[in-house]
Design a protein around this ligand. Structure first.
Ligand code: SF4
Length: 688
């Protein structure tokens, strides 16, 4: 007797880990993922994929996945049916509004969720609850990119297509470690470097690309603005600017030139620790390249002056005329961390922006959304994530819905985050697992993961791509899309948008920049970049070919002076801690540490220079206590010459070590993005 075996099928989807947006072919047999293959014709990845996308899917069948909704009763989270859980959410939201008005409710939407889910969440907050209190985790990573790139060029995204990587002859890679954090980008940059492109890496650590770099600049953490001003000084002083471009398409040159007088190489060297000759050499390499490109990561944004960092970095491309399809370069590209962190903001999961970045304070933008949604919208910007936690601690925020973010494990000064959740009368968490944040919730709703749902993501160079259901989720789990509809229904509301495809179509009516993008078109074409205002127009992979999207149509140079970071080492805390990513894991590790890559980078360690290790009496493998002014973590020491003496590095994939209790409340002065990249710490062998 033979038993018929299910025939494997392949489902094309988009990776749900990092923001590169690799197209993956998921091989499925009997509702099980048996393999994940990089798509040879993937628009961004072209047959590449990294260890996360290919092998980190074991979490799907983890025994730890939530098997029921949970509701807190007598202090304990107890399993209940969906009906009871949804009733508790709806009652709690109604109670919060009755007690404190619509602004007593807030939601943190998810950079892991689809565009359609993010659109629906912000629509629920704005039209059913009546508040703009919705934000997403770009607040903690690339909010300074949105602010800085908008101010410089007009739109909150990268200026060019990553496809242009093959045309560039010089890369300036700043505050990013793409070999580990965005491996497919790292691979394509290295390939181009091997073909002869020059490579300048600016990073305090000797990250992977730095090994191949022509010049590695190692600024002290927190001194980016001084470094970028120093590079700009050399461009101007040595005539490596584009006078025609600056005359015809840029504004702010005189103010910038006046400021740059303060940043000759010698002074830049004093401020940053980068030798003056390296500042000059790097500026010449970038300034004399035929088609230079700038790519940057969280090492630029997660600072007290992160938005100034983005703007002063953008200055370099503007001075060179290397942006806007001039044939002289490939602009400025932020390397986004999470799969859909660009899309979550694009969809209006922001307290001051509607879908497509219409300002909530702009009557015309509100009127466009009101016409589609059929109700008047609140005009006052809502709370940002850190403000939500402050409001919860003060008692004015009475309900917080957190969708797929483990804020207790990943946000800075994490003890204070937990206190805020405990003070809030209703905390609802959508999650795959009983995360640290879920443990503080009143209602926990089990969700489908990215391999179990339908929709779209937007990657780091603004490309929409399809996400398709490869396997069915566990019986208890629902998509964030279905949950948002169900909560609205429990409150007597109908959000419309019955399917993800119809949701994206409605989004295009609210936000004309997306009007030409549909599921049907993406199924046909694979990827379309926004802005794309009509179905018969191609997406604008390269922006600003005619004019910049600023008020006067010109790129805006920024005369931002260097200001010191929020923390500095002193006698009590003599080391500078930088946190970041390692190659096998993703964010809090909730997916990558559950199946798949269990044996890769299986525990966290803190990297320190051998000179510091000797001084502190620490060996490779010594357990150490790391203390900052804000908290304590316990880690294992790893000696590394990739760091300069006086600096230490650890990842944030193992929050149980306490690493995010170390980081401070300092945040970007424009966007509130935390200063994760500069924390003064001390290190002691053993447990303290
Ligand atoms: Fe590609 Fe990023 Fe996924 Fe790796 S994690 S496969 S680089 S999208």
């Amino acid at each position: 007797i033979t038993t018929a075996q299910p025939q494997p099928e392949q489902v094309r989807t988009t990776c749900g880990y990092c923001g590169v947006g690799c197209a993956l072919d998921v091989v499925v047999s009997g509702n099980q993922v048996s393999a994940v293959l990089p798509a040879l014709d993937g628009p961004v990845n072209q047959g590449h994929a990294c260890v996360k996308g290919r092998f980190s899917h074991g979490y799907l069948t983890s025994a730890e996945r939530l098997a029921h909704p949970l509701v807190r009763k007598n202090g304990n989270l107890e399993p209940v049916g969906w009906e009871e859980a949804l009733a508790r959410v709806a009652d709690g939201l109604r109670g919060a509004v009755a007690a404190g008005g619509p602004d007593a409710v807030a939601a943190i939407s998810s950079a892991r969720a689809t565009n359609e889910e993010n659109y629906l969440v912000q629509k629920f907050l704005r039209t059913v609850v009546g508040t703009n209190n919705v934000d997403n985790c770009s607040r903690l990573c690339h909010a300074p990119s949105a602010a800085g790139l908008s101010a410089a060029f007009g739109r909150a995204g990268g200026t060019d297509s990553f496809d242009d990587v093959e045309k560039a002859d010089c890369f300036l890679v700043v505050g990013a470690n793409p070999v580990e954090a965005h491996p497919v980008v790292g691979a394509r940059l290295l390939q181009q470097a091997l073909r002869g492109a020059s490579l300048i890496v600016a990073d305090p650590r000797r990250v992977g690309l730095a090994h191949q770099a022509d010049i590695h600049l190692r600024p002290r953490p927190g001194t980016n603005v001084a470094l970028f001003n120093g590079l700009a000084h050399v461009l101007v002083a040595e005539g490596m600017t584009d006078p025609d471009f600056l005359r015809d398409r840029a504004a702010g040159l005189d103010e910038l030139v006046e400021l740059l007088a303060q940043y000759p190489p010698a002074r830049t060297a004093e401020l940053t620790g980068v030798p003056a000759e390296d500042v000059t050499a790097a500026a010449r390499l970038y300034g004399r390249a035929r088609r230079p490109a700038i790519l940057y990561g969280l090492g630029v944004t997660e600072h007290l002056h992160g938005t100034d960092g983005v703007r002063t970095l953008a200055n370099l491309a503007i001075l060179r005329g290397a942006v806007g399809d001039t044939g002289r370069g490939h602009g400025v590209t932020p390397l986004r961390g999470q799969n859909n962190v660009q899309g979550a903001s694009d969809m209006g999961a922001l307290p001051d922006m509607l879908p497509g970045y219409g300002r909530i304070t702009d009557p015309d933008a509100r009127a466009r959304a009101e016409a589609v949604w059929g109700r008047t919208l609140p005009a006052r910007p809502g709370l940002r994530i850190p403000e939500m936690f402050d409001a919860a601690r003060r008692g004015s925020l009475r309900a917080l819905w957190i969708i797929g973010e483990d804020v207790c494990a990943t946000d800075p000064n994490s003890h204070q985050v937990a206190d805020a959740l405990d003070a809030c009368p209703l905390v609802v968490v959508n999650e795959l697992f009983l995360s640290e944040t879920a443990r503080h919730a009143d209602v926990v709703l089990p969700v489908a993961s990215w391999l179990e749902k339908d929709g779209t993501f937007v990657n780091f160079d603004r490309r929409f791509q399809r996400v398709r259901t490869a396997v069915r989720p566990p019986a208890a789990a629902r998509t964030d899309f279905d949950i948002t509809h169900a909560v609205a229904a429990a409150m007597g509301a109908d959000l419309g948008c019955p399917t993800p495809a119809e949701t994206l179509a409605e989004c295009g009516r609210v936000a004309p920049v997306f009007a030409g993008i549909s599921h049907e078109r993406l199924d046909r074409e694979g990827a379309v970049a926004w802005p794309c205002p009509a179905p018969d127009l191609p997406g604008e992979a390269t922006l600003y070919t005619d004019a910049f999207s600023t008020l006067d149509g010109r790129a805006q140079l920024s005369a931002a002076p260097y200001l010191p970071p929020g923390e500095a080492p002193d006698a009590a805390y003599p080391l500078l801690l930088v946190t970041g990513r390692r190659w096998a894991h993703y964010n809090s590790g909730s997916m990558t540490r559950r199946g798949g890559n269990l044996h890769l980078e299986a525990g966290d360690h803190i990297d320190l220079h051998p000179l510091d290790a000797t001084r502190l009496g620490v060996d490779d493998g010594t357990e150490v206590t790391v203390e900052s002014r804000h908290g304590t973590a316990r880690l294992v020491a790893r000696l590394s010459e990739e760091l300069s003496p006086g600096q230490v590095f650890c990842a944030f994939h193992f929050p149980e070590s306490g690493v995010n209790a170390l980081t401070s409340d300092h945040a970007d002065t424009v966007t509130d993005c935390p200063e994760y990249k500069v924390t003064a710490v001390r290190l002691t062998p053993g447990a303290v």
